[in-house]
Design a protein around this ligand. Structure first.
Ligand code: SAM
Length: 280
């Protein structure tokens, strides 16, 4: 049996980066985190990880991966940058049987099979693919999904959209999708100076756990309604929803004032609208 609490001594991340020539690539969205305390704090967000499975996208030189392993997790990590693989192999040697590195594009792999049921997804996401991955995880079928929680780094503006409430400028399609499918919270902001090299913007960690779905609401319908409503967010619903067959009548059936605008509708009303359109 492996002793998960045994102290593992690793070389400083800066040395690993220098030794393996891992100069950050802008094209791959590389902004590395080297502060061990911050990395440990991120690894605590999903809750105790001892004996848990974690799926990590973009381990890079392995800073967050180290924190996850130290917390006792077994990690499957998908990294597109071949240059990182030897550095990650050293980390895998230091934690026998606990780290599997997949040298591939996270958008192309069968992540449910790689991660396994009940895995926590933890990632300092590459910003250029972050929203695409989040939408994929939130629209996963069947529901509840293969993942137990998502702990993800985003640009602060995107993080704010995910957790935004009605009647705020940040509230939109992503807010409705995230809050329909999950309980989403902003864990903490991360200042740009924490990254090497520092990005232009502040970041934030978001934590999401799957929500129970109301019966009779198809994701596709919900997305169709929110796309139309927020596509013309300044217009009244009776105008913005004109292109969705039956939607204006559904507003009437539900007693939703058709002169309201998209950003005033809470997730529950969007779900009710989609439910009526789906014949519920
Ligand atoms: N986890 C490391 C950290 O916290 O220091 C690196 C984070 S860096 C913001 C994003 C990482 O994702 C980079 O290592 C980059 O090579 C990797 N990456 C970018 N696009 C990817 C993709 N499509 N699939 C897998 N990894 C990707």
């Amino acid at each position: 049996m492996t002793d998960r609490s045994a102290a593992v001594v690793l070389p400083p991340l800066r040395d690993v980066i220098a030794r393996h020539g891992l100069a950050a690539s802008k094209a791959l969205g590389q902004n590395f985190l080297l502060d061990g305390q911050l990395l440990d704090r991120i690894a605590r967000v999903p809750g105790p990880l001892d004996g848990q499975r974690v799926y990590e996208v973009g381990p890079g030189p392995g800073g967050l991966t180290r924190a996850l392993l130290k917390a006792g997790a077994t990690v499957v990590a998908v990294e597109r940058d071949r240059r990182c693989v030897p550095a990650l192999a050293e980390l895998a040697d230091a934690y026998p049987g606990r780290l599997t590195v997949i040298d591939d594009d996270a958008l192309a792999v069968d992540e449910a099979a790689l991660a396994g049921p009940g895995a926590h997804i933890v990632s300092n996401l590459p910003y250029n693919v972050g929203t695409a991955l989040l939408v994929r995880w939130l629209t996963a079928e069947p529901w509840p999904p293969f993942w137990a929680s998502l702990t993800l780094m985003f640009q602060k503006e995107v993080a704010e959209r995910i957790v935004a409430r009605t009647d705020t400028p940040a509230y939109g399609r992503l807010s409705v999708l995230a809050q329909f499918r999950s309980i989403a919270t902003l864990a903490f902001p991360v200042h740009r100076s924490a990254f090497v090299p520092p990005p232009k913007v502040t970041s934030a960690i978001v934590h999401l756990v799957p929500a129970v779905q109301p019966a009779g609401v198809a994701m596709r319908t919900l997305e169709q309604v929110t796309a139309a409503a927020f596509g013309q967010r300044r217009k009244m619903l009776r105008q913005s929803l004109k292109g969705v067959p039956g939607a204006v009548d559904a507003l009437d059936m539900l007693g939703i004032d058709p002169t309201r605008r998209a950003e005033t509708l809470p997730v529950s009303e969007f779900a009710a609208l989609a439910g009526v359109l789906d014949g519920g």
